[in-house]
Design a protein around this ligand. Sequence first.
Ligand code: TMP
Length: 204
Amino acid sequence: MRGKFITLEGIDGAGKSTHHQWLVKLLREHGEQVVATREPGGTPLGERLRELLLTQPMHLETEALLMFAARREHLDKLIVPALQRGDWVVSDRYTDASFAYQGGGRGLDRGKLEILETWVQSGLQPDLTLLFDVPVEMARARLTTAGNAPDRFEREQQAFFERVRQAYLDRAQREPRRIVRIDATGSLDEIRKSLEKVISSICK
Ligand code: TMP
């Protein structure tokens, strides 16, 4: 018996974090034990790595290695124990983000990411990945409106985010059973309705 593993993905400014909180609340109302977490982060060491990743300039391979180092810790300390207890784990980002940002955005060879994926997560894939998809201009406008100081990724150019978005969409096309694209351009109510539909299909 193992709990379900759900991940949320999308470019910065897609609104994923708001939907993350709401989804966790919805699942708890359904009576599930839910562990809400995020990447990079989710453990004390992972959060320290996150701080470095979001602020320090570094080689693109260092960036990929630190993302997977944080993930290794996350799997060991939080994700695997929770799933073994039968809890649900809802993570704001996971490995699809490495393929989209380090692979698509930065141009790191996919083969290298696949080696890290096999090494670090021994085949543990999410049961469901929700890909919140919006055009890059809309996402950037949302980030500007939110008014927070942009981190190292959010400071990237439009072309970077176009590549990240495309890499996410390509993955969704290759793995249609696991990755569900959610049109995140609509109102909160519309998006929540689509989420409820997807979630009720995996709650059965
Ligand atoms: P967040 O803003 O969604 O919390 O994520 C922090 C940033 O980290 C976001 O810009 C995407 C980036 N990221 C990667 O580049 N690769 C990864 O593997 C993960 C998990 C996040």
